[in-house]
Design a binder for this molecule. Structure first.
Ligand code: FES
Length: 118
């Protein structure tokens, strides 16, 4: 597994982007590209790596296209996208989502998980 380190003023390696290798593999994909890294994504990835994630594998990735709302965390295969995730959000995501099966509404990415009320 490739490790990423916080290196201020240095670009993170993104050419070896990691993804889940199997369609049914359960992964936590934490963006490690520039904008997300500047917002603390390395610490978010480290927090997921330390946690008991109930069989989900935490992986760093390249840009996931949601740079203005990072750190971006994507749970697959069910495709749940979280935005502005901080290390202190990780225990809630682990307990409520990864172990309890219920998404953390407050951290859902609003452009991807749109909510409508009439
Ligand atoms: S830099 Fe993380 S989504 Fe683009």
């Amino acid at each position: 597994m490739k490790r990423y380190r916080i290196q201020p003023n240095k670009q993170v390696e993104t050419g070896s982007e990691q993804t889940c290798s199997k369609l049914d593999e359960r992964c936590i994909l934490v963006c490690q590209h520039r904008s997300c890294q500047a917002a603390g994504s390395a610490q978010v990835l480290a927090a997921f790596e330390k946690a008991d994630t109930n069989g989900f594998t935490a992986k760093g990735t390249g840009c996931q296209g949601q740079c203005s709302s990072g750190p971006t965390v994507r749970i697959v295969p069910e495709e749940t996208w979280y935005c502005r995730v901080q290390p202190n959000d990780v225990p809630t995501i682990v307990e409520q989502h990864l172990k309890g099966g219920k998404r953390v509404e407050a951290k859902l990415h609003p452009r991807i998980h749109m909510r409508f009320s009439y």
